[in-house]
Design a protein around this ligand. Structure first.
Ligand code: NAD
Length: 413
């Protein structure tokens, strides 16, 4: 199933429940603009390389469009379109004054030197600078991009349009970035997992966790959950699944990745090591947190999941059939549009600070993040209880209602 079709299934189910007219559904579903560009740059050896870049702007009813930039070989127009629409619903669920967008380049950044990555990014900005801006469309990091890429992006954009750091978020702290942005998505996953477990009447110390992905999101989620007394029995990255039934030493694992040239778990030998995919099918776990790739759990393999709670830290890790079967089995699924919204929330705080030329303390960022996510969680939880909906159905219902209302008030144009 293609990525946008999967997103559409979740949207359609909520639209049906809300009894939306077909014309309204079409307007809310179809992206406003899709741009595909050629990204060519000179490699270190003097040869020219060419890749395809994308920016999809999905909906701006609630404010300027917001969404990350992904550098990954699988990036294509369909995936970017799906991720852009998820951003519209995500910003609406947490009630940020934004619409949704997404961009990316179909490239493996690990095959490029740092200078090549910079030239690739600048070439991309040359192609798309006219359609992004602080009041129109504000990019941010996603898989394969980080604060350095954001700094190059801003620098290149400002060559055309002049000083305005609020054009992009996720920048280095020394370059108008926000304190706490890097940890925000993983920290948000931790906050929301803690809230959910409390609502389910369970104890953190009795809830064994497995996390797929130990990059930005997975590693910060592990740190937060470890501090909140959750036993983390497995973490995985591309190099394997690292397992200890009594709970892993997360600070030690974090130290290991910091000292590894590619920030990998590779070579960690103080626990059992299994193939990377095993993390999804472990029997001894209560909470599964996919925090790596999309579409890892589908209708065919979902029966092998034994966790009773799934936190979608990655975007679209479950395909619709898996979501349906697991929900029927009684598994509680916290959907991506809420579970990983911590990143865009602190991106919003960064944009606000940039516009005010004022800097918040790390404590303030953390407090406001906690409040924003906790409020959103409670609204979704209450709606799911009142209307007997899954958390995903409740989150989509809330998001679509908000976007539709804003569009209606503005007159749909
Ligand atoms: P990242 O590139 O920092 O880390 C990805 C991690 O996944 C790495 O540890 C990698 O080794 C691991 N991985 C890749 N393939 C794997 C496999 N087959 N098995 C096990 N592990 C594998 O990316 P990230 O920023 O942490 O993003 C992870 C997910 O979270 C993505 O779906 C992204 O869209 C989503 N997300 C990220 C943010 C953010 O702020 N970074 C915000 C919202 C959503």
């Amino acid at each position: 199933m293609k990525a946008f079709d999967a997103t559409r299934v979740f949207f359609d189910a909520a639209a049906e429940r809300l009894d939306l007219e077909p014309s309204v559904r079409e307007m809310l579903l179809m992206p406003l603009r899709e741009l595909q560009v050629q990204v060519s740059f000179e490699r270190d050896n003097g040869e020219w390389a060419t890749y395809v870049g994308y920016r999809v702007q999905h909906n701006k009813s609630r404010g300027p469009m917001k969404g990350g930039l992904r550098y990954h070989p699988d990036v294509d127009l369909d995936e970017v379109r799906a991720l852009a629409s998820l951003m519209t619903w995500k910003t609406a669920v947490v009630d940020l004054p934004y619409g949704g967008a997404k961009g990316g380049i179909g490239v493996d950044p690990k095959t490029l030197s740092t200078r090549e990555l910079e030239r690739l990014t600048r070439a991309f900005v040359d192609q798309i600078h006219d359609i992004v801006g602080p009041d129109t469309d504000i990019p941010a990091p996603d898989m394969g991009t980080d604060h350095r890429v954001m700094a190059w992006f801003r620098n290149q954009w400002e060559k055309y349009h002049g000083f305005n750091p609020s054009v992009i978020t996720g920048k280095p702290v020394e370059e108008y970035g926000a304190r706490g942005r890097e940890e925000a998505t993983g920290r948000g996953v931790g906050t929301l997992t803690t809230r959910l477990i409390k609502r389910l009447g369970r104890q953190a110390s009795d809830s064994k966790v497995a996390i797929q992905g130990f990059g930005n999101v997975g590693s910060h989620a592990a740190k937060f959950l470890h501090e909140a007394q959750f036993p983390i029995v497995a973490v995985a990255d591309v190099s394997g699944t690292y397992f200890d039934a009594d709970g892993l030493n997360i600070p030690d694992l974090l130290r290991h990745t910091l000292n590894h040239p590619r920030r990998s778990l590779e070579g960690y030998d103080k626990c059992e090591v299994m193939p990377a995919e095993s993390v999804l099918w472990l029997e001894e776990i209560d909470i599964l947190i996919p925090a790596a790739l999309g579409h890892v759990i589908n209708g065919e393999n979902c029966d092998a999941v034994s966790a009773t709670v799934i936190i979608e830290a990655a975007n679209e890790p479950l395909l619709p059939l898996a979501d349906q079967r697991l929900t029927e089995r009684g598994v509680t699924i916290l959907p991506d549009i809420l579970a990983n919204a911590g990143g865009v929330t602190v991106s919003y705080f960064e944009w606000v600070q940039n516009r005010q030329h004022y800097r918040w303390t790390l404590d303030r960022v953390r407090q406001e993040l906690e409040k924003t996510l906790s409020d959103a969680f409670e609204q979704v939880w209450q709606l799911s209880q009142q209307q007997k909906l899954s958390l995903r159905a409740a989150a989509y219902t809330l998001a679509i209602t908000r976007v539709r209302r804003a569009a209606e008030l503005a007159g749909w144009s």
